[in-house]
Design a protein. Sequence first.
Length: 361
Amino acid sequence: MNECYYDKRMDFFYNKTKTDTADEWTGPQLIGVLCFGTFFCLFIFISNSLVIAAVVKNKRFHFPFYYLLANLAAADFFAGIAYVFLMFNTGPVSKTLTVNRWFLRQGLLDTSLTASLVNLLVIAVERHMSIMRMKIHSNLTKKRVTFLIISIWAIAIFMGAVPTLGWNCLCDITVCSSLAPIYSRSYLVFWSVLNLVVFFIMVVVYIRIYMYVQRKTNVLSSHTSGSISRRRTPVKLMKTVMTVLGAFVVCWTPGLVVLLLDGLNCTDCGIQNVKRWFLLLALLNSVMNPIIYSYKDDEMWATMKRMICCSSEDKSQERRSSRIPSTVLCRSTDISGHYIEDGIIQGTICGKGDLGDKGNS
């Protein structure tokens, strides 16, 4: 029967697995990392708080997509908290941690990253459902959106707690990984492959959306004179999709590949030299999400600017914008593209008086 080491400190496992804890990160290097990380976290907290506040404040955002967007911002906000906890429990401090504290450190990271990833997947599916039905917003009710949000966090918390619940190497040191010295290598393979599969699904969903919109554009162009904005629509959509997918690929894939290599026990891959940089790169996604999913939406950006500037004209601007609902509703309010903004399906969507979605608010 194998001996279990629940009462050991992390230095025991780091020594057993010969894991580098970055003891050289002291003095100026440590100060630089803490300053950089602090700036990162402040931006994450402020920007994502603004996104959540904008969705709550602006009644035109009371639709399923924006509820999910606010939840994504909440997941990124949580990622900032996880990163703050990591900053003060890494490097030379890692060896002094108890097993439970180390599990908490990694569990917070796994929970936050999983919440962001699953939320992005749900948003992609929601956009797919809406666009395929020629609608600006999906038919999801508030109850269903609430259920989805609860499910997202339940999955994220469960994934973050799986190693603590037993999928670890505390009772079998021979299967410990080098990047996470009390995580089983089999768990790292499972976690990284699962996330890469979700990424692949997202790619397929967005490619399907793009192909559908492009096909719709060609059909409408053959029956209409075709304005310049219509001709620009496929290009705009491609830019949006490439921004979303490009950010995810750059920020997530390197870290997932490193975890996969560690899980496969690749001793000659030099993963110790790049692990901390790929972790920062993955967390950078929490910085980029408010920009990608909010700044591209003019109405969201305008709402955030009004909150930042505390403009005295806030109420008058709300009244003026409310007088032109057709313009607002026919502009892009999703992450999947700008084809609605440019009138690619003006006759199908904007021509409907009720837009088929007001009942979801």
